[in-house]
Each structure stands twice: as C-alpha cells, then as structure tokens.
Design a protein around this ligand. Structure first.
Ligand SMILES: [Zn+2]
Length: 497
C-alpha cells in the first residue's frame, strides 16, 4: 500500500524506482522484471536488477508496478482545454464553425493561459511527460506569451507549435513581432520547451503557404500540419509541399487519414511522421484512423489527443482506441468478404512504442521515449495497490494498453524531477487553476450569451434519425404506451433538446 504521507522526493537527489516490471522501450524493446531504474540529475543513470545506488538516493517502491518511459502527445490544442467536453457531440464541421469562424476570436490571452495551464497539469497527471501544444489560437503575440507562460508554470516538457487560425500562415509567419517572439522565447528556454510552426496547407494551386515554409526553414523550426483531413486538406497539399522541397524528416502530419498511396509514399520517402489521433478521427470525422495503411508504408507513427473540447489528454485512451480501430477495420473488411481474421496484426507492444518512442522520434528527440542510460529521465510508474485491475501482471504491454488508466499512474518524473508522487501531483494548486479556468468559462459564456452557449453544446440531431419499423410485434416491451412513457422522461427522440 502506498503511503500518502511520505513526502515527494526532494529535487536534486538521485531517485531509484525499485523492483518493477520495466518496459525499457530500448531498440530491442527489452522488458525486465524485478528491475530498478536509477535517475541521477536529469538523466537515466542505470537500468537493471539490484542496482547499487549513491548513498543519498531516494527510493520509490515499484514492486507490482510497471515502469515505462513518459508518454508523448504530439498534437493537442491545449488552449481549448478550458472548454473541456463542451463539444462532446460535435462533428468536425461544428468544431470549425465554433472555433474558426464564430468564437475562436473571443479567447483573450488569459483564456489561452487558462487552457494551457489546465492541459499541462492534466498531461503530467496522466503520465504524459511531453506534450506538443498545437497552439492555433494565437491571434496576437500577447496570446503567444500567455501560452508559453502557462507551459513554463508547469514542470512538464512541452513544445509550443505556434499557429493562428485567424490569419493566413503567410501573414502571421511574416509578422516581425511573431518572429522576434520566437527568437526571444527560444533563447534560454532550455530543454523543457521546444518550438514548431503549426499551419495547414489548403491545396490551393498557387501554394500561398510557401513563404510560411520559408520562414520555418529560416528559423530552423519543424512544421506540423493537419494533413489528409476529410473535407479540409488533401493530397494536393502534400504534393505542393513535396514539389517545393518542404517535406523533411522534421515534419509531423497530423491525422493523415484521407490520403492516397501517392501521398503516403511522399511522406515515407522524405522521412516525416504521422500523428494519429484515433479518438478524434473516429468521432469528428477526419477520416478512418490510418494506422492500417501507414504501417504498410513503414511511416513512423506517434499518438495524440487533439483537443479536450471532446477528449481528455490521456494516452491510455489513445493506445486503447488505436488498437480497437485498427482491429475493427480489419475484422469488418474481412467479414465483408465472408472471411475471418484469425491473427491480429497490430499488437499492444506497438501502440506502447508509438506512445513513447514514436513521439520522441516525431520530435527528433532520441533521448526521450526510452529508459536507457543517458536518456532524459522522463519516467512513469503505473502502480495502484488499491485496484483489483493491477494484478496479475502477465502481459505488461497488454496491461498498459488495455487495463491501465490515468488513475493508476503512481509516479511521474520529468527531467529527473518527481512531478507526481503516490498518485498526487507535486506542487500544484488546483484551486488556483480552477479559479483561472472558471474566469475563462465565465468570460466565454458571457460573450456568447446563454442561448448560443447552450446551442453550441447541444448540436441538433440529424433529420433522418428515426427508429426503423419492426415486423416482429410479439412482445409488449416496446408497446406504444412504453414508448410514450419513455418520451415524457427523456424528451422526444430526434428533438435535439
Ligand atoms: Zn488538431
């Protein structure tokens, strides 16, 4: 049983996690049982059994638990987290209308700050030690300052992917104030904060995004882009990027769900990676989660959560749902041909690798996403002695992908520092975070007015949503009277409330 009264290890002293099942995620994906992970400073010092450790080392009991690298989310619009779950029933079209066209402009710098602050703590709580903030709400440099301030107020590893949906990428990247912001905040930012540029390529044959890519090249910043999004971006964008020489190994293609083989081949040949947001693709409609075809092209994959306006920042969900989507498609396709899938292609081990090493690769950080000597000490211990789901621990990859959840995250280290200890975030003032978020919600709600606020959260039902006639009437279970009674309790089906 964990002892909630034991203090979090003091920063600066070595830490050893003792006696766990260690998923090293090294090049051979070595798994060690009853093993220790020693952290000295910001690095993994050693991994092995019965390690000798320096005299002042603080011990964390990892027995019965799984020690794995910190997870990496390569695409999340963190500024939207103050609207948590508001758009649970949205489609992508409704999201675009709400954020891009109608209400994105109402977010002030302090609202971007509030969303980022909440999202950043949420990451650490779930064992996501690195998060890419796909920050496309930066209408002014003040918004960008606020975004970075929030990320730096939380002891996690973050990448600010600078973006602005309120202007063309050729406009805001040319803005000297934006360029000098990037210069200034990168200088001395240290290892815990990286930068990218975030914009989409529409496929307009005149390729207006070209100057934005040139700025990225000039500044030495990777570009992350929503590619292959049904109804929004397509093969033309990929072709233009490729023919103009802007496809590099640093590029991250988010979703990449509605592309043809030609685009996948261009991505594969230029070394970029794909950020799969399965929960998002399944629910919002960017296209079918593309792991099944991306793997055939041997394109590197990382996982992401997209936005907490629908989903939470939790890569356990991403791993689980990615396995499910890939397998569901394979079964469905086989059944349509009257066949049966007898061997699963996508394995639990693979999605754990995508959530760790895959993210590190996407960010060009081979010192993350693995527990090997010399790597950065971003470490997660999954252990929950109070949970009947914590044992038996037979298949550690299967356990991480299908059994574990954020509440089982016992300890998190980022850069060698314990940021979650015995299931509690270290140094967070959640009441203060809540006040910050509440102020943003109050502001947005007042700006929209109550009617628009409610309408935004409760999109109408499709017109053709009807219950089919059933020729079998042998039971009273669905008699007219039962239906009527149900109707008075929950409202008429199809009314959209
Ligand atoms: Zn996105």
């Amino acid at each position: 049983m964990s002892n909630p009264d034991s203090p979090a290890p003091a920063p600066g002293r070595p830490v050893v996690l003792r006696g766990g099942t260690v998923l090293t995620m090294d090049d051979s994906h070595t798994v060690l049982t009853g093993a220790d992970v020693l952290v000295v400073g910001d690095r993994i010092e050693a991994v092995g059994t019965a390690l000798d450790v320096p005299g002042d080392t603080q011990e964390i009991d990892a027995s019965g638990g799984i020690v794995m690298p910190g997870m990496i989310d390569t695409h999340r619009h963190m500024w939207q987290t103050a609207m948590r779950a508001y758009g649970a029933d949205w489609t992508l079209t409704q999201y675009f209308v709400w954020y891009y066209l109608e209400h994105g402009k109402t977010f002030r710098p302090e609202d971007v700050y509030a969303g980022n602050l909440l999202s950043a703590w949420e990451s650490l709580e779930a064992g996501v030690t690195t998060t890419v903030d796909w920050s496309h709400g930066l209408q002014t440099v003040d918004h960008a300052e606020a975004a970075v301030d929030a990320l730096q107020a939380v002891p996690g590893r973050f990448v600010l992917a600078y973006g602005n949906i309120q202007a063309g990428p050729w406009e805001w990247t040319a803005d000297k104030a934006v360029q000098s912001f990037l210069d200034r905040r990168r200088t001395g930012a240290g290892d815990l904060l990286g930068f990218q540029l975030a914009f989409d390529v529409t496929g307009d044959p005149s390729f207006p995004e070209k100057p934005a890519f040139e700025v990225a090249r000039e500044l030495g910043l990777p570009v992350t882009t929503h590619a292959g999004v049904w109804g929004a971006t397509n093969d033309e964008g990929i072709r233009l990027m490729h023919e103009h020489g802007f496809m590099t190994p640093q590029n991250v293609y988010v979703h990449a769900a509605t592309l043809t083989n030609d685009s996948y081949q261009r991505i594969a040949a230029t070394g970029g990676s794909i950020s799969v947001s399965t929960e998002s693709e399944q629910s919002a409609g960017q296209g079918y989660p593309p792991t099944w075809q991306v793997c055939r092209h041997d394109i590197p994959v990382s996982l992401s959560m997209d936005t907490s306006v629908w989903w939470s920042g939790d890569l356990f969900s991403a791993m689980r749902t990615t396995l499910g989507a890939d397998r569901a498609r394979e079964h469905l396709e086989a059944h349509a041909k009257g066949e049966t899938v007898t061997q699963a292609r996508l394995r639990a081990e693979q999605v754990v690798a995508w959530a760790t090493r895959g993210g590190a690769h996407a960010l060009g950080r081979d010192d993350l996403g693995r527990l090997v000597p010399g790597a950065k000490a971003d470490v997660v211990l999954i252990r929950n002695d109070r949970s009947p789901v914590s044992f038996p621990l037979l298949n550690p990859y299967g356990h991480v992908a299908f059994q574990a959840q954020r509440g089982d995250v016992h300890t998190v280290l980022v850069d060698g520092r314990v940021v979650k200890h015995e299931h509690e975030l270290v140094g967070v003032d959640l009441a203060a975070v809540r006040r910050t978020v509440d102020a943003t919600v109050d502001h947005l709600r007042a700006q929209l007015g109550e009617e628009q606020w409610q309408a935004g959260m409760n999109p109408p039902m499709p017109e053709d949503d009807e219950v089919l006639d059933n020729p079998y009437q042998y039971t009273e279970y669905k008699s007219d009277t039962t239906r009527e009674a149900r109707g008075t309790v929950f409202g008429e089906p199809g009314s959209g409330r």
